[in-house]
Design a protein around this ligand. Sequence first.
Ligand SMILES: Cc1ncc(COP(=O)(O)O)c(C=O)c1O
Length: 423
Amino acid sequence: MNYSEVSAEELNKLLQQEQKELKKITKRGLQVDMTRGRPCKEQLEIAMPMLEKAAEYDYALKAGDARNYGQPQGVRPALELFAEIFDVKPEEVIVADGASLNIMYNLIQFAMQFGVLDNTPWNKQGKIKFICPAPGYDRHFSICEKFGIDMITVPMTKNGPDMDVIEPLVASDASIKGIWCVPKYSNPTGITFSDKVVERIATMKVAAPDFRVFWDNAYIVHALYDTDDKLKNIFDVAKKAGTMDRIYSFASTSKITFGGSGISAMAASETNIKSIMKHMFYMIIGPNKVNQVIHVEFLKDLDGIKKVMKMHADILRPKFELFEKKFSEAFEGDNYLSWSHPKGGYFISLDVKGCAKRIVEIAGSVGVKFTPAGSTFPYKIDDADSNIRIAPSCPSLEEMDYAIDVLISAIKIAQIELQLKRK
Ligand SMILES: Cc1ncc(COP(=O)(O)O)c(C=O)c1O
């Protein structure tokens, strides 16, 4: 339905109809929280055998007992596992505790206070800035806000961040120190960066000698289908271009085993890794290596991870497909909204210009909670009031079905209200 072509009188009738429809839907009375991309209970069960066998695993490693202090970079088998995931050498990896976000935060803290390699600390260089492709991951933006780093919003395209906008900025402004990227099954748009974008990020001219790409590969093994997206290895490009020190990459098992109780890792040049380990010396004597051994024993290698991820995909896929089915039926031929069709990751990105806040408000008022509208943009400012992040993982299929019905109705109500305002 093209509401913009409908008379005010007709719109008022439609609004009443739609409000009745929403009341009918909400008779089911469910409460659904879709604010964050949390794995659901069935997904969490997948890794339980890992704990059941924990007492049998061999913790006596060549480099020392994993149950004791030491091995601050992580245990060798875990370094090898993440080296295979990142497609780098084990010497280019640090394996840490339960949250990759914690590593990202620490790296910014180190850069602010001590500087990157031999460069002046960021907090002694005046105002510094980060490139923030948007819509993007709200927690990246929160870190910048916390540290007082100015954020430059750059649009996301279907191939990744808009490099035509980024290249001239970073080439001419040495106060731009970094860029946030979620290169595979991006949060929230679900896209995977094209080879060309990966190459441009790795090779672009940067004015700041201490510029860093925060390559947050949180969804590196998170395909929903057998046809996994192929992401070009940024380290291969950077090695050839001599820009290896520019890249920090991150991943974790938060959505492979347990959210927050898994293991996390970063990959970077050996020069960066050595420098980071020097800072970490003061922070920690060693990570939770028992958990690292448990994870390696359970996951084994990349093939083992893929088997586990297939079990996750079998649980997640029906939820994504239910959304796609219901939305394409409800909005067939409508051009006032669009949504993403991800082949992996944890999110669907919905765009309804001019009424995202109102949609989230209506859905929230009947017990269906979404991430606040605007959260996917720096400073929570979505100029077009358009983007809503949908996280289908945690609700059951029944809850998902309900939440989608509510969302569809909320979209129609908000759109009718918007058109009425314009009359
Ligand atoms: C892009 C991205 N990075 C990082 C994280 C958090 O990862 P971790 O649990 O390893 O801190 C998430 C979680 O939703 C995410 O979407």
